[in-house]
Design a protein around this ligand. Structure first.
Ligand code: PLP
Length: 364
Protein backbone atom coordinates (compact mmCIF):
# COMPACT_ATOMS: atom_id res chain seq x y z
CA UNK A 1 0.00 0.00 0.00
CA UNK A 2 1.51 3.39 -0.95
CA UNK A 3 2.12 6.16 1.55
CA UNK A 4 0.87 9.70 0.87
CA UNK A 5 4.20 10.81 -0.68
CA UNK A 6 4.27 7.79 -2.99
CA UNK A 7 1.24 9.08 -4.88
CA UNK A 8 2.90 12.34 -5.97
CA UNK A 9 3.07 12.53 -9.77
CA UNK A 10 1.72 10.18 -12.43
CA UNK A 11 -1.09 12.68 -12.89
CA UNK A 12 -3.71 12.16 -15.60
CA UNK A 13 -4.06 14.20 -18.77
CA UNK A 14 -7.45 15.19 -20.16
CA UNK A 15 -8.59 16.54 -23.52
CA UNK A 16 -10.72 19.68 -23.45
CA UNK A 17 -14.01 19.32 -25.36
CA UNK A 18 -15.42 22.75 -25.92
CA UNK A 19 -12.89 25.56 -26.17
CA UNK A 20 -11.47 24.65 -29.58
CA UNK A 21 -13.18 23.78 -32.88
CA UNK A 22 -12.62 20.51 -34.80
CA UNK A 23 -10.36 22.23 -37.33
CA UNK A 24 -7.97 23.40 -34.59
CA UNK A 25 -5.44 21.53 -32.46
CA UNK A 26 -6.65 19.78 -29.30
CA UNK A 27 -6.05 21.30 -25.88
CA UNK A 28 -4.64 18.88 -23.33
CA UNK A 29 -4.48 19.63 -19.60
CA UNK A 30 -2.14 17.70 -17.31
CA UNK A 31 -3.87 17.58 -13.96
CA UNK A 32 -1.15 18.61 -11.54
CA UNK A 33 -3.94 19.65 -9.20
CA UNK A 34 -4.51 15.91 -8.64
CA UNK A 35 -1.29 15.73 -6.59
CA UNK A 36 -1.93 15.03 -2.88
CA UNK A 37 -1.22 18.55 -1.62
CA UNK A 38 -3.01 19.97 -4.64
CA UNK A 39 -0.38 21.36 -7.00
CA UNK A 40 2.56 20.86 -9.34
CA UNK A 41 4.85 21.84 -6.45
CA UNK A 42 4.46 18.48 -4.73
CA UNK A 43 6.96 17.08 -7.24
CA UNK A 44 9.92 19.43 -6.68
CA UNK A 45 9.24 19.64 -2.94
CA UNK A 46 9.47 15.87 -2.50
CA UNK A 47 12.35 15.51 -4.97
CA UNK A 48 14.40 18.09 -3.04
CA UNK A 49 13.55 16.67 0.40
CA UNK A 50 14.23 13.09 -0.68
CA UNK A 51 17.61 14.21 -2.04
CA UNK A 52 18.38 16.06 1.22
CA UNK A 53 17.52 12.96 3.25
CA UNK A 54 19.67 10.76 1.02
CA UNK A 55 22.66 13.09 1.18
CA UNK A 56 22.38 13.66 4.94
CA UNK A 57 21.54 17.37 4.67
CA UNK A 58 18.21 16.79 6.40
CA UNK A 59 18.11 14.48 9.38
CA UNK A 60 15.20 13.03 11.39
CA UNK A 61 13.48 15.75 13.42
CA UNK A 62 15.10 18.54 11.33
CA UNK A 63 13.54 21.83 10.28
CA UNK A 64 12.67 22.83 6.71
CA UNK A 65 12.79 26.59 6.10
CA UNK A 66 11.48 27.99 2.83
CA UNK A 67 10.37 31.21 1.19
CA UNK A 68 6.99 30.62 -0.44
CA UNK A 69 3.52 32.04 0.08
CA UNK A 70 1.87 29.33 -1.85
CA UNK A 71 1.96 25.87 -3.22
CA UNK A 72 5.60 25.05 -2.54
CA UNK A 73 5.30 25.63 1.19
CA UNK A 74 1.97 23.78 1.26
CA UNK A 75 3.73 20.81 -0.40
CA UNK A 76 6.60 21.03 2.11
CA UNK A 77 4.08 21.24 4.95
CA UNK A 78 2.49 18.00 3.76
CA UNK A 79 5.92 16.34 3.55
CA UNK A 80 6.89 17.66 6.99
CA UNK A 81 3.70 16.25 8.49
CA UNK A 82 4.32 12.86 6.92
CA UNK A 83 8.07 12.62 7.69
CA UNK A 84 8.16 14.36 11.07
CA UNK A 85 9.91 17.61 10.14
CA UNK A 86 9.16 21.08 11.47
CA UNK A 87 8.30 23.34 8.52
CA UNK A 88 8.75 27.12 8.64
CA UNK A 89 7.19 29.04 5.73
CA UNK A 90 8.49 32.57 5.15
CA UNK A 91 5.58 34.33 3.48
CA UNK A 92 4.56 37.87 2.53
CA UNK A 93 1.43 39.92 3.20
CA UNK A 94 -0.11 38.63 -0.04
CA UNK A 95 -0.58 35.22 1.65
CA UNK A 96 -4.26 34.41 1.17
CA UNK A 97 -6.48 33.31 4.05
CA UNK A 98 -6.93 30.00 2.26
CA UNK A 99 -3.21 29.32 1.97
CA UNK A 100 -2.66 30.36 5.57
CA UNK A 101 -5.42 27.92 6.54
CA UNK A 102 -3.83 25.12 4.51
CA UNK A 103 -0.36 25.72 5.98
CA UNK A 104 -1.81 25.74 9.49
CA UNK A 105 -3.86 22.61 8.81
CA UNK A 106 -0.64 20.74 7.92
CA UNK A 107 1.02 22.17 11.05
CA UNK A 108 3.52 24.55 9.41
CA UNK A 109 4.79 27.68 11.17
CA UNK A 110 4.35 30.98 9.33
CA UNK A 111 6.64 34.02 9.39
CA UNK A 112 5.44 37.10 7.51
CA UNK A 113 7.93 39.44 5.78
CA UNK A 114 6.45 42.91 5.37
CA UNK A 115 9.26 44.78 3.63
CA UNK A 116 9.08 44.88 -0.17
CA UNK A 117 12.28 44.54 -2.20
CA UNK A 118 13.61 46.92 -4.88
CA UNK A 119 11.14 45.53 -7.46
CA UNK A 120 8.14 46.19 -5.20
CA UNK A 121 7.58 42.45 -4.65
CA UNK A 122 8.72 40.43 -1.65
CA UNK A 123 10.73 37.66 -3.30
CA UNK A 124 14.19 38.94 -2.38
CA UNK A 125 13.38 39.94 1.20
CA UNK A 126 11.67 36.59 1.78
CA UNK A 127 14.64 34.62 0.45
CA UNK A 128 17.08 36.71 2.49
CA UNK A 129 15.15 36.11 5.71
CA UNK A 130 14.79 32.38 5.02
CA UNK A 131 18.57 32.16 4.50
CA UNK A 132 19.21 34.06 7.74
CA UNK A 133 16.84 31.81 9.72
CA UNK A 134 18.55 28.78 8.21
CA UNK A 135 21.96 29.99 9.35
CA UNK A 136 20.57 30.58 12.86
CA UNK A 137 18.68 27.26 13.15
CA UNK A 138 20.74 24.13 13.87
CA UNK A 139 19.54 21.07 11.96
CA UNK A 140 17.70 23.15 9.41
CA UNK A 141 17.52 22.68 5.64
CA UNK A 142 16.73 25.23 2.91
CA UNK A 143 15.13 23.71 -0.21
CA UNK A 144 15.61 27.12 -1.93
CA UNK A 145 13.25 26.51 -4.84
CA UNK A 146 14.39 29.68 -6.63
CA UNK A 147 18.04 28.69 -6.93
CA UNK A 148 18.01 24.91 -6.55
CA UNK A 149 18.28 23.08 -9.91
CA UNK A 150 16.63 20.00 -8.35
CA UNK A 151 13.40 22.00 -8.75
CA UNK A 152 13.70 21.82 -12.54
CA UNK A 153 15.06 18.29 -12.37
CA UNK A 154 11.86 17.06 -10.73
CA UNK A 155 9.86 18.21 -13.76
CA UNK A 156 12.55 17.00 -16.16
CA UNK A 157 12.45 13.50 -14.68
CA UNK A 158 8.74 13.15 -14.07
CA UNK A 159 6.27 15.76 -15.40
CA UNK A 160 7.82 16.03 -18.86
CA UNK A 161 8.42 12.31 -19.33
CA UNK A 162 4.87 11.52 -18.26
CA UNK A 163 3.45 14.12 -20.63
CA UNK A 164 5.48 12.81 -23.57
CA UNK A 165 4.32 9.26 -22.82
CA UNK A 166 0.69 10.32 -22.40
CA UNK A 167 0.38 12.20 -25.71
CA UNK A 168 0.78 11.02 -29.32
CA UNK A 169 0.73 14.17 -31.40
CA UNK A 170 2.14 16.78 -29.08
CA UNK A 171 2.93 19.98 -31.01
CA UNK A 172 3.48 22.43 -28.15
CA UNK A 173 3.67 22.64 -24.38
CA UNK A 174 2.86 25.85 -22.53
CA UNK A 175 4.16 26.63 -19.02
CA UNK A 176 3.88 29.66 -16.76
CA UNK A 177 6.99 30.84 -14.92
CA UNK A 178 7.95 31.83 -11.42
CA UNK A 179 10.93 29.83 -10.17
CA UNK A 180 11.26 28.38 -13.68
CA UNK A 181 11.14 24.81 -12.38
CA UNK A 182 8.34 23.59 -14.60
CA UNK A 183 9.39 25.50 -17.74
CA UNK A 184 13.14 24.84 -17.33
CA UNK A 185 12.75 21.13 -16.54
CA UNK A 186 10.08 20.43 -19.14
CA UNK A 187 11.94 22.39 -21.83
CA UNK A 188 15.12 20.41 -21.26
CA UNK A 189 13.36 17.04 -21.44
CA UNK A 190 11.26 17.98 -24.46
CA UNK A 191 14.22 19.32 -26.43
CA UNK A 192 16.20 16.13 -25.71
CA UNK A 193 13.41 13.67 -26.46
CA UNK A 194 11.01 15.43 -28.85
CA UNK A 195 12.78 18.51 -30.22
CA UNK A 196 10.00 19.18 -32.75
CA UNK A 197 7.65 20.08 -29.86
CA UNK A 198 7.46 23.83 -29.33
CA UNK A 199 8.13 25.00 -25.77
CA UNK A 200 6.32 28.18 -24.78
CA UNK A 201 6.77 30.21 -21.57
CA UNK A 202 4.17 32.55 -20.09
CA UNK A 203 4.74 35.44 -17.71
CA UNK A 204 2.30 38.07 -16.49
CA UNK A 205 2.51 41.84 -17.10
CA UNK A 206 4.19 43.47 -14.12
CA UNK A 207 6.60 40.58 -13.55
CA UNK A 208 9.98 40.87 -15.26
CA UNK A 209 11.13 37.28 -15.79
CA UNK A 210 11.55 38.26 -19.45
CA UNK A 211 12.41 41.93 -18.92
CA UNK A 212 10.00 44.87 -19.04
CA UNK A 213 8.82 47.37 -16.47
CA UNK A 214 7.88 46.02 -13.03
CA UNK A 215 4.49 46.91 -11.55
CA UNK A 216 2.01 45.33 -9.17
CA UNK A 217 -0.08 42.45 -10.51
CA UNK A 218 -2.66 40.09 -9.07
CA UNK A 219 -2.03 36.71 -10.72
CA UNK A 220 -0.81 34.37 -7.95
CA UNK A 221 1.95 31.81 -8.50
CA UNK A 222 3.39 33.43 -11.64
CA UNK A 223 6.26 35.90 -11.96
CA UNK A 224 9.59 37.00 -10.52
CA UNK A 225 11.75 40.08 -10.98
CA UNK A 226 14.57 38.23 -12.77
CA UNK A 227 15.08 35.19 -15.03
CA UNK A 228 15.37 32.31 -12.56
CA UNK A 229 18.40 30.01 -12.42
CA UNK A 230 16.16 27.07 -13.36
CA UNK A 231 15.82 28.83 -16.73
CA UNK A 232 19.58 29.30 -17.16
CA UNK A 233 19.38 27.89 -20.70
CA UNK A 234 16.68 30.04 -22.27
CA UNK A 235 17.61 28.72 -25.73
CA UNK A 236 15.49 25.66 -24.86
CA UNK A 237 12.40 27.89 -24.89
CA UNK A 238 11.01 28.72 -28.34
CA UNK A 239 8.64 31.56 -27.50
CA UNK A 240 7.46 33.57 -24.54
CA UNK A 241 4.17 35.43 -24.08
CA UNK A 242 3.03 38.05 -21.59
CA UNK A 243 -0.58 37.94 -20.43
CA UNK A 244 -2.59 40.33 -18.26
CA UNK A 245 -4.27 39.63 -14.91
CA UNK A 246 -7.56 39.95 -16.76
CA UNK A 247 -6.51 37.18 -19.17
CA UNK A 248 -5.49 34.80 -16.39
CA UNK A 249 -8.58 35.31 -14.23
CA UNK A 250 -11.03 35.19 -17.14
CA UNK A 251 -9.49 32.00 -18.55
CA UNK A 252 -9.56 30.06 -15.28
CA UNK A 253 -13.22 31.07 -14.85
CA UNK A 254 -13.98 30.03 -18.42
CA UNK A 255 -12.17 26.71 -17.95
CA UNK A 256 -14.42 25.62 -15.11
CA UNK A 257 -17.64 26.89 -16.71
CA UNK A 258 -17.07 25.42 -20.17
CA UNK A 259 -14.98 22.35 -19.46
CA UNK A 260 -15.75 21.46 -15.83
CA UNK A 261 -12.09 21.75 -14.90
CA UNK A 262 -11.63 23.70 -11.67
CA UNK A 263 -8.06 25.03 -11.44
CA UNK A 264 -6.23 28.13 -10.30
CA UNK A 265 -5.41 31.46 -11.87
CA UNK A 266 -1.98 30.54 -13.27
CA UNK A 267 -3.71 27.73 -15.15
CA UNK A 268 -5.81 30.45 -16.78
CA UNK A 269 -2.64 32.27 -17.86
CA UNK A 270 -1.29 29.08 -19.45
CA UNK A 271 -4.64 28.23 -21.02
CA UNK A 272 -4.92 31.64 -22.71
CA UNK A 273 -1.63 31.08 -24.55
CA UNK A 274 -2.30 27.38 -25.18
CA UNK A 275 -5.54 28.43 -26.88
CA UNK A 276 -3.65 30.97 -29.04
CA UNK A 277 -1.38 28.13 -30.13
CA UNK A 278 -4.18 25.58 -30.61
CA UNK A 279 -6.21 28.01 -32.77
CA UNK A 280 -3.23 28.21 -35.14
CA UNK A 281 -2.69 24.44 -35.07
CA UNK A 282 -4.06 21.54 -37.07
CA UNK A 283 -6.62 18.89 -36.11
CA UNK A 284 -5.02 15.91 -34.32
CA UNK A 285 -2.16 18.09 -33.05
CA UNK A 286 -2.09 18.49 -29.28
CA UNK A 287 -1.21 21.59 -27.27
CA UNK A 288 -0.59 20.82 -23.59
CA UNK A 289 -0.60 22.95 -20.46
CA UNK A 290 -0.54 22.17 -16.76
CA UNK A 291 -3.58 22.57 -14.52
CA UNK A 292 -1.15 23.81 -11.89
CA UNK A 293 -3.22 23.82 -8.71
CA UNK A 294 -6.68 23.33 -7.25
CA UNK A 295 -9.32 25.93 -8.00
CA UNK A 296 -10.77 25.61 -4.50
CA UNK A 297 -7.79 27.75 -3.38
CA UNK A 298 -9.36 30.70 -5.24
CA UNK A 299 -13.03 30.51 -4.19
CA UNK A 300 -12.63 33.79 -2.28
CA UNK A 301 -10.83 35.54 -5.18
CA UNK A 302 -11.03 34.36 -8.81
CA UNK A 303 -14.41 32.71 -8.26
CA UNK A 304 -15.91 35.52 -6.18
CA UNK A 305 -17.62 38.24 -8.26
CA UNK A 306 -17.40 40.88 -5.52
CA UNK A 307 -13.65 40.33 -5.12
CA UNK A 308 -13.16 40.59 -8.89
CA UNK A 309 -15.17 43.83 -9.10
CA UNK A 310 -13.27 45.31 -6.13
CA UNK A 311 -10.02 44.58 -7.97
CA UNK A 312 -11.18 45.98 -11.32
CA UNK A 313 -11.33 42.58 -13.02
CA UNK A 314 -14.02 41.22 -15.29
CA UNK A 315 -16.46 38.59 -14.02
CA UNK A 316 -16.72 37.23 -17.57
CA UNK A 317 -16.32 33.50 -18.13
CA UNK A 318 -17.28 33.20 -21.79
CA UNK A 319 -15.47 31.03 -24.34
CA UNK A 320 -16.02 33.57 -27.15
CA UNK A 321 -14.36 36.37 -25.17
CA UNK A 322 -11.46 34.08 -24.34
CA UNK A 323 -11.10 33.01 -27.97
CA UNK A 324 -11.18 36.62 -29.15
CA UNK A 325 -8.39 37.50 -26.74
CA UNK A 326 -6.37 34.38 -27.64
CA UNK A 327 -6.62 35.33 -31.33
CA UNK A 328 -5.12 38.78 -30.59
CA UNK A 329 -2.14 37.61 -28.54
CA UNK A 330 1.30 37.71 -30.15
CA UNK A 331 4.56 36.44 -28.67
CA UNK A 332 6.59 38.80 -26.51
CA UNK A 333 9.66 37.12 -28.01
CA UNK A 334 10.41 34.30 -30.44
CA UNK A 335 14.10 34.34 -29.49
CA UNK A 336 13.99 34.75 -25.71
CA UNK A 337 17.64 33.75 -25.13
CA UNK A 338 18.79 36.64 -27.34
CA UNK A 339 16.03 39.16 -26.76
CA UNK A 340 14.78 39.20 -23.19
CA UNK A 341 16.94 37.25 -20.74
CA UNK A 342 17.04 39.02 -17.37
CA UNK A 343 19.53 36.82 -15.50
CA UNK A 344 21.06 38.12 -12.27
CA UNK A 345 24.03 35.75 -11.78
CA UNK A 346 25.20 37.36 -8.53
CA UNK A 347 21.81 37.43 -6.86
CA UNK A 348 21.99 34.05 -5.08
CA UNK A 349 25.20 35.10 -3.34
CA UNK A 350 23.81 38.58 -2.56
CA UNK A 351 20.77 37.03 -0.86
CA UNK A 352 22.92 34.53 1.04
CA UNK A 353 21.68 31.46 -0.85
CA UNK A 354 24.07 28.57 -1.31
CA UNK A 355 25.08 28.01 -4.93
CA UNK A 356 23.77 24.72 -6.26
CA UNK A 357 25.27 23.22 -9.37
CA UNK A 358 24.18 19.94 -10.95
CA UNK A 359 26.77 18.23 -13.10
CA UNK A 360 25.53 17.22 -16.57
CA UNK A 361 25.76 13.56 -15.56
CA UNK A 362 23.41 14.20 -12.62
CA UNK A 363 20.54 15.31 -14.89
CA UNK A 364 19.51 11.87 -16.18
C1 PLP B 1 -0.09 27.71 -9.20
C2 PLP B 1 1.28 27.91 -9.75
N1 PLP B 1 1.42 28.03 -11.06
C3 PLP B 1 2.63 28.23 -11.61
C4 PLP B 1 3.77 28.34 -10.84
C5 PLP B 1 5.10 28.58 -11.50
O1 PLP B 1 5.86 27.42 -11.50
P1 PLP B 1 7.45 27.47 -11.36
O2 PLP B 1 7.76 28.00 -10.01
O3 PLP B 1 7.88 26.05 -11.55
O4 PLP B 1 7.97 28.38 -12.43
C6 PLP B 1 3.65 28.24 -9.45
C7 PLP B 1 4.81 28.41 -8.58
O5 PLP B 1 4.72 28.59 -7.40
C8 PLP B 1 2.39 28.00 -8.89
O6 PLP B 1 2.22 27.87 -7.55
Amino acid sequence: MPEILDVIGRTPVVRLRNLTTPDEAQLIAKLENANPAGSLKDRPAWHIIEHAERTGRLRPGGTIIESSSGNFSIALAMIGASRGYRVVAVVDPKLTATNRGLLEAFGAEIIVVDEPDDSGSFHKTRIELANRLHRQTPGSFRPDQCFNPLNGQAHYRTTARELLAQTRHLAAVVCTVSTGGQLGGIARAVKERAPHVKVIGVDVHGSTVFGGRPHAYLTPGVGLSWTPANLADLSLVDEVYMVTDQDAFRACRTLVRSEGLLAGVSTGAALTVALTEAMQGKPRQQVAFLAADRGERYLATAFNDDWLKDHGLTTAADPEGLRRRARQLVPHSTRPADECANHLPDLAAELGSPTFVLARSEWR
